[in-house]
Each structure stands twice: as structure tokens, then as C-alpha cells.
Design a protein around this ligand. Structure first.
Ligand code: MN
Length: 163
């Protein structure tokens, strides 16, 4: 049982189970128009065990989200056709559970006031580019903590009905 509870760093503790649950594979939607940034994020997230779908602008991001839910969205701010702030406003204006999808802004500018703009648009957090990979997993864990995916909610509701 100790082995099961052992996390990646080799520490076994009562917190390990919680950590491993928090680090569960996530369905991540990456919206980023820069090809290199997109590829690097895709590879990093896949290497962490996450399932990644990536798109190159906010409009396509909305189209994909219309088709299926995601656990979290990494959203570039500056994109052609529709930028990250506008896409976020559309998502937060939905009337279904996808409205609450955690959104992390990817931003090259960390100007004073930008952070407030992103949060005001409904984003949950932001990562400055170039992204520091050490920051990604802790941030994903934090923004998805307590937020069950729609799939998770459906399973939870079923469990509650049957038990
Ligand atoms: Mn961009």
C-alpha cells in the first residue's frame, strides 16, 4: 500500500494519495497561435500524461468546446480571428457546465493591469511566456482542484443515485 501511495518524488505520506489524485490525467485544450509554443506545450503536457487538443485561435476554441468538455483550457491572449479574452467571455457566457471550465491565460505581457483584465474576463490564473514548465503542473492541479469535469460530475451524480 505504501507503494501505491508513493508519489513521483518518492515520498510516501498521507498527502501522497491526494497529490496523485490531483495529478490525474486531464483533458487539456490548448489555444495558441504560435506553432512552436503550441508544439512545446503539447509535448510537455503529453509527457505529463495529459490528453491534449490544440487549436490556433479563439473561434476554433469555442467550436471544439461546443463539441466536448475539457478539464482545463490554456488560453493564449493574442490570437488571430478571436483573442483569448474574447473567447473567455464567450465561455463564461454559456449556460451549461462548460461555462465553469478553468481557464489559464498564456501571456507574453505581464504589464500592470493585464492581470486584472484577464481575471475580470473570467480567467482563473495566468502563466507568463516563455512558460516555466515547473509552474504548469502545480497550476493545473490548483485550478482543477475541486472542479470536477462534466464527466466527473456525471459519474458522481450516478454514484450518488446508486448509493
Ligand atoms: Mn499569440
Amino acid at each position: 500500500e505504501q507503494d501505491v501511495l508513493q508519489n513521483k518524488t518518492g515520498h510516501a505520506s498521507t498527502e501522497s494519495l491526494e497529490e496523485s489524485l490531483n495529478d490525474r490525467p486531464l483533458d487539456v485544450l490548448v489555444a495558441e497561435d504560435d506553432r512552436i509554443n503550441r508544439l512545446v506545450l503539447e509535448r510537455f503536457l503529453a509527457a505529463q500524461g495529459h490528453r491534449v487538443v490544440s487549436v490556433t485561435n479563439g473561434r476554433v476554441c469555442l467550436e471544439i468546446l461546443e463539441e466536448r468538455p475539457f478539464d482545463v483550457i490554456l488560453m493564449d491572449i493574442q490570437m488571430p480571428e478571436m483573442d483569448g479574452v474574447e473567447a473567455t467571455r464567450h465561455i463564461r457566457g454559456r449556460t451549461d457546465a462548460r461555462r465553469d471550465t478553468p481557464i489559464v491565460a498564456l501571456t507574453a505581457h505581464a504589464m500592470k493591469g493585464d492581470r486584472e483584465n484577464f481575471l475580470e474576463a473570467g480567467m482563473n490564473a495566468y502563466l507568463s511566456k516563455p512558460v516555466d514548465f515547473k509552474e504548469i503542473q502545480p497550476l493545473l492541479t490548483r485550478v482543477t482542484a475541486g472542479a470536477l469535469s462534466e464527466k466527473g460530475k456525471a459519474n458522481h451524480d450516478e454514484y450518488m443515485r446508486e448509493n
